[in-house]
Structure formats: structure tokens, C-alpha cells
Design a protein around this ligand. Sequence first.
Ligand code: AMP
Length: 111
Amino acid sequence: METNCIFCKIADGEIPTDFVYENDTIAAFRDINPTAPEHILVIPKKHIENLNELNDREIMADLLFGVKEVCKKLNITDYRTVINTGKGAGQEVFHIHFHIIAGRPLKWPPG
Ligand code: AMP
């Protein structure tokens, strides 16, 4: 738990949040500023800054399986997953998270 980390506070229950999915190691909740009708964030409960700092294979697997569990639970079949890593890539919250974006047509390459 990092005292100044908003996602640690969410994971810890300090900021009350409706989880769309939760297990022992990860939690998923809706993005406060959604970019699509479905925009969900999947985080590890443990504080890890970003992908560069993620060296635990179990947590890697938990996150990716978590993405699948969330999509299964919400009947989302077509979606985009994004991990922004570093300020230059648009990372704003330095607690690793997958974005799940869905519910509208998504162009590729992204526009
Ligand atoms: P990133 O730019 O990849 O670090 O994404 C951070 C995301 O967290 C943004 O899409 C924000 O809208 C979202 N966010 C920030 N604070 C909260 C919060 N308290 N609850 C839910 N989503 C949040």
C-alpha cells in the first residue's frame, strides 16, 4: 500500500468503489472518466508502478485472466485492452492497470 496512491486506496477500500470483479489479488472497477460505454480498469491489489516494474509472473497472469473474467461477467466479447506505461505514453496513475474499452466501434489504428 502506497499512501499517496489513489488505486491503492480503492483496492484497500479506503475510497469506497463498486468493483465489477474482485478476487484475492486483483480488482476491477469502472473508469471515472470513460472513453467508451464500457471502460473498466483492472488493477493488482499490490502496488506496482507500471509494466516496467512488474516482474511477478503470477500477478501478470492474474491481471490478464482478470480481464477475461470481467469481460465474461459483463458479456463483453469485442474490446480493446490498453496498458499505458510511463508519462510519455499517457500514464497518469502510477499503479499498473489494464484499461478494458468496449461498447462502441473501435478503430485500428486508434484515432
Ligand atoms: P492512465 O492514463 O492509463 O494512467 O489511466 C488512468 C485512468 O484512471 C484514467 O482513465 C482516469 O479516468 C482513471 N481514474 C483516475 N482516478 C480514478 C478513480 N478514482 N476512479 C476510477 N477511475 C479513475
